[in-house]
Design a protein around this ligand. Structure first.
Ligand code: PRX
Length: 659
């Protein structure tokens, strides 16, 4: 265990004493009566079966998917490599679209999309299938084949989902890059994935302004030798440069394409997507998921966790660029034939009532958002939700970081009218789908706890020596059995996959989170214990920000730490040492902020950059992050961005202790 991890476990242990949450909310009777899993006993029985006989359990569940050839073997586990449903052939897009169009759902709304300026577009399952087929044919006309990698760098437009489904249909591996990333981040991801094609749009509407996307792609692909094609959706109709031969307009491609496309049968373990996520080094990891296991995870959790019904209008506010958008805007809900609401823009455009207005307008019944958004709504005030009729809501969800009990209580009371159960869903890019959560009709909720594991998930809280932690004792959260939607590898770097996730406790998946388990067996996730920071639900590696800062000509060294923040959960504070001839100044501070925005994206800008005469290190050269965290929280800089901090004295005192 690294020094940081060890210290974090110590501090995780001490968190127990401050978290004295005692409130318990049993599932509302009405909800339980009609829920798929309607009692704790029913959950316990299903869970037990899923753990005692995972192969039998998942083979049975997998029959709810549509297979072109049935699987021969449910699981092959050669730790850390899992292969699920071998011999089986299926097509994910067929499961999400074609099979629904063969039922009454053909004319059911699959996606209701609202643009930030206010227009609404509805795609029925039949219409969505047609668009996906057209785009699949368009991709094939450009020579994109099964196994090729395709980047998707778009905003929240329905075409982003269409692009993903079209890739999945032809077996191309998509890699969605969040639209908030800068050109350099797009370039690095496309190069790592060796993408052949990038799909983007001219610009995206966000907070009343246009965020340019195509210009970033132009800049990025200049240095991406593998990219042969760029497809551009016209959304804002701003003028863009089009490079002949390389760039294609979405509208022109699909106009020529047939709306018929037969979904090929793909192997169960055919790679589905790569999604880059931050880790403990400067280089993001390409988390790779495959077809059948991932689909089953997304499908089953949508069915049981959201208890999703044909009558529901379901809204997940995540961005499609993150895993939540993959599993719970696109693949999970569409595989079950649900109606998904998708929104393009900001929650306060034109005013802070936008979300509540939309819930009222579309009669949303299931709403899934993030704690950081909830805290923002609390700050904006109850008057906005109170103005709107939210009585259509029947279930609320939370994801992305630990939710503080007060935000949970507000969510329940003000949004859920004290009537809706809340599912606090714990999972990660790597887990593919929700791994811990209350089932809304079966498991009583405790504010701040993600409660109990989903079917087939075997989480444990371990001490450093691998023994199991006692009741309420903080430790490291692992999952000690394989599950269908687990990541299969890190793209192009299987060694990193093994090291990162399976080296600490051989054969067990290490989440990187600290957790404790209470006397009722409920899990309380305390957050990352590695050098990953969760800012507004965005997962950022401190090493990535450090390397962005150090790439600036004025910077000699940088150390970035996460500190608690009332609004964003955690916030980044950067300590920067300048090169000899450079002097701290407010202008340089602003320039460095801008530099991080350009290298990674605006959302990765630290809350504060503080100049230090040296980054404190132990004698063996490790950055003393704990000390920096203390310093970052301990005293205010009061807006003075030019002071050179002398951390040397405290550092000398602590150096031995941190060793
Ligand atoms: O620290 C945990 C936190 O988010 C991390 C995963 O981030 P990412 O891969 O970006 O996926 C976010 C959406 C699934 C986890 O390691 N996290 C996520 N959900 C929760 C959470 N922490 C506590 N409670 C949650 N419900």
């Amino acid at each position: 265990m690294s020094e940081t991890q060890a210290k974090a476990v110590t501090s995780a242990t001490s968190i127990e004493s401050v978290s004295q949450e005692q409130r318990v909310f049993p599932p509302p009777e009405d909800f339980a009566k009609s829920a798929r899993v309607g009692s704790r006993a029913a959950y316990d029985a299903l869970y037990k079966r899923s753990i005692d006989d995972p192969a039998g359990f998942f083979a049975e569940q997998a029959r709810e998917l549509r297979w072109q050839a049935p699987p021969q073997q449910t699981l092959e586990w050669r730790a850390p490599h899992a292969r699920w449903f071998q011999g089986g052939k299926l097509n994910l897009s067929d499961n999400c679209l074609d099979r629904h169009t063969e039922t009454w759902r053909a004319n059911k709304a699959a996606i209701i999309w609202e643009g930030e300026p206010g227009e609404v577009r509805v795609f029925t399952y039949r219409e969505l299938l047609r668009e996906v087929c057209r785009f699949a044919n368009a991709l094939q006309s450009l020579g994109i084949r099964s196994g090729d990698r395709v980047g998707i760098y778009m905003g929240m437009v329905p075409e982003a989902a269409i692009a993903m489904l079209a890739c999945a249909r032809i077996g191309a591996i998509h890699s969605v890059v969040f639209g908030g990333f800068a050109a350099e981040a797009v370039r690095d991801r496309m190069n790592d994935a060796q993408a052949k094609c990038v799909i983007t749009q001219d610009g995206a509407f966000r907070r009343g302004a246009v965020v340019p996307l195509k210009p970033h792609v132009d800049k990025a692909v200049e240095q991406c030798p593998t990219v042969e094609h760029v497809i551009v959706l016209e959304r804002t109709h701003d003028p863009i440069d089009m490079k002949p031969g390389r760039d294609h307009r979405w509208s022109e491609l699909v106009e020529k394409a047939s709306a018929k496309h037969t979904a090929p049968a793909l192997d169960a373990e055919h790679p589905l997507f790569i999604l880059y996520t931050s880790g403990t080094t400067g280089k993001p990891k390409g988390v790779m998921h495959t077809t059948a296991g991932y689909l089953l995870g997304a499908y089953l959790t949508t069915k049981y966790v959201f208890d999703m019904r044909d009558e529901d209008v379901y809204w997940c506010t995540a961005d499609i660029g993150w895993v939540t958008g993959h599993s719970y805007i696109v693949y999970g809900p569409l595989s079950i034939g649900a109606t998904v609401l998708m929104y393009e823009g900001a929650p306060n455009q034109p005013d802070p009532a936008r979300f509540w207005q939309m819930i009222e307008r579309h009669r949303v019944s299931i709403f899934y958002t993030a704690p950081t958004a909830i805290r923002t709504f609390v700050k904006w005030g109850d008057q906005y939700p109170n103005k709107h009729d939210l009585s259509s809501l029947r279930l609320l969800g939370s994801v992305g970081e630990p939710i503080n009990p007060e935000a949970w209580m507000w969510y329940r009371k003000v949004i859920g009218g004290d009537r809706c159960p809340i599912v606090d869903t714990y999972w990660q890019t790597e887990t593919g789908s929700i791994v811990m959560t209350p089932l809304p009709g079966a498991i009583a909720s405790k504010p701040g706890s993600c409660s109990l594991p989903f079917f087939g998930i075997s989480p444990k809280v371990l001490r450093e020596d691998g023994s199991e932690a006692g009741v309420n004792e903080g430790g490291l959260l692992v999952i000690d059995k394989p599950w269908p939607s687990m990541l299969r590898t890190v793209w192009g770097d299987d060694e990193r996959f093994k090291q990162q996730y399976f080296a600490r406790f051989p054969g067990k998946y290490f989440t990187g989170d600290g957790a404790r388990r209470d006397a009722d067996g409920y899990f309380w996730v305390m957050g990352r214990i590695d050098d990953v920071v969760n800012v507004s639900g965005h997962r950022l590696g401190t090493a990535e920000i450090e390397s962005a800062l150090v790439s600036h000509a004025a910077v000699a060294e940088a150390a970035v730490v996460g500190v608690p923040d009332a609004m964003t959960g955690q916030a980044l504070v950067a300590f920067v040492t300048l090169k000899g001839h450079e002097k701290p100044s407010a202008a340089l501070n602003a320039k460095l902020m801008e530099h991080v925005a350009e290298e990674i994206g605006k959302f990765a800008r630290p809350k504060e950059i503080r100049f230090a005469e040296a980054v404190p290190k132990t004698r063996s050269g490790k950055i003393m992050r704990r000390l920096l965290r203390d310093v970052a929280q301990g005293h205010e800089t009061k807006g003075d961005m030019t002071t050179l901090e002398d951390i040397g004295v405290i550092a000398k005192l602590r150096a031995h202790e941190e060793e």
